[in-house]
Design a protein around this ligand. Sequence first.
Ligand code: NAP
Length: 254
Amino acid sequence: MNTNTLTHPTLPPLTGRTALVTGGSRGIGAATVLRLAREGADVALTYVNGKEAAEDVVRAVEALGRRAVALRADAGDADEAAGAVERAADALGGLDVLVNNAGVGLLGPVEGFSVGDLDRVLAVNVRGVFLTAQAAAARMTAGGRIITVGSCMAQRVPGPGGTLYAMSKSALIGLTKALARELGGRGITANIVHPGPIDTDMNPAGGPYAEGQAALTALGRFGTAEEVASTVAHLATAGYVTGAEFSVDGGHAA
Ligand SMILES: NC(=O)c1ccc[n+]([C@@H]2O[C@H](COP(=O)([O-])OP(=O)(O)OC[C@H]3O[C@@H](n4cnc5c(N)ncnc54)[C@H](OP(=O)(O)O)[C@@H]3O)[C@@H](O)[C@H]2O)c1
């Protein structure tokens, strides 16, 4: 019998680590917050409108015996996007893992988008991700992990309507690879996860376009937020993976 195991049970892999998940009050972000907490991390999360939902997630993390803090920070506001990192690190005592999850989806005919639409999507999906990653890079030490949520639409656009969204998510691939090159020497990794159709408020599995999206996957179904969160959590612990893209899309890109 291994008595050592009895007296010193194996700790979850992220024990003692701290994480920030942007857009962590619902959907993929909320599932990621909970998954990281189950793996042992203390977690900060941002939200914009859903204060109550964010506080529910905080309570769920605390019920797991971990610390959590909800921060109102609009990823589309330059100061708030960067400031979330400092606020999270100050609240938790450092920052080891950043999950750039907050994003907006705006689909429609290319000729229908206004300059305001363009600016808003790029501000949240691209500028906010850059500024948050930039602030995290300044704060993180060796072992830091930057994980960005892209989209299957950055790899394969299966029909019309995706110009703005696919453009915004494709930019994150370049950012991720460049961050990996720039931060690798400091022992910090950067990776991107591309979800396929995932059942959330943004893209409900019971929505009007759901059947067509499910049919585009090899598995013929929507994924769950938890299925994305498990890959994010893996990347939060993986040491020799950087600059890489991961499809969690049921075979949408196959
Ligand atoms: N669901 C899919 O099929 C799918 C597929 C591919 C990629 N994705 C990507 O996955 C990520 C999460 O999507 P989801 O489906 O989980 O979305 P969701 O259900 O709409 O949840 C979005 C989350 O982000 C927060 N948020 C929205 N705008 C924000 C902003 N400007 N600043 C900070 N937080 C903000 C929301 O908070 P509030 O409640 O406060 O607004 C909420 O917590 C997005 O980047 C999305 O593009 C989703």
